[in-house]
Design a protein around this ligand. Structure first.
Ligand SMILES: [Zn+2]
Length: 140
């Protein structure tokens, strides 16, 4: 009858404590990025920073272009081809008219306005020139 029940000597000499230490070491090694992984992480970080910088520059560039379009449109008085105001909007809950130019998206400063002078509620100024209290483009 073979002695299958006996513990084979030398097969498992690692104690529980040794095994635990081994696992802890392995866990630490797993967490620590290798030089290659670190280089990859650094590269990824640099790429993200570059992308953020580029999107920042693009946003600035877009803002400059937007302002240039607004300036050009303001020089023409924010008018449609037929000479009427291109600024449309409505009276908000603050009782003021909030207009926006549909050519250049310029937001007119809110202006107090009697509802009866605001025919139809969508077009500001009509064929007559409109005036804004403090808008630089409306001074003329
Ligand atoms: Zn405009």
């Amino acid at each position: 009858m073979p002695q299958e029940q006996s513990t084979p000597t030398g097969a498992l000499t690692t104690t529980y404590e040794q095994l635990q230490e081994l696992l802890m070491t392995a866990a630490r090694e797993f967490k620590k990025p290798s030089a290659e992984e670190q280089a990859k992480l650094d590269k990824e970080k640099a790429r993200r920073e570059q992308a953020a910088l580029e999107s920042c520059i693009m946003a600035e560039e877009a803002e400059k272009q937007k302002q240039a379009v607004i300036s050009a449109c303001a020089a023409g008085g924010h008018k449609k081809e037929n000479g009427r105001s291109a600024i449309q909007g409505q009276i908000h809950s603050d009782g003021k008219f909030h207009g926006i130019c549909f050519h250049c998206q310029w937001e007119a400063p809110p202006v107090a306005m009697a509802p009866e002078s605001f025919a139809g509620g969508i077009e500001y100024g009509g064929s007559s020139p409109f005036t804004f209290g403090s808008a630089p483009s409306a001074a003329a």
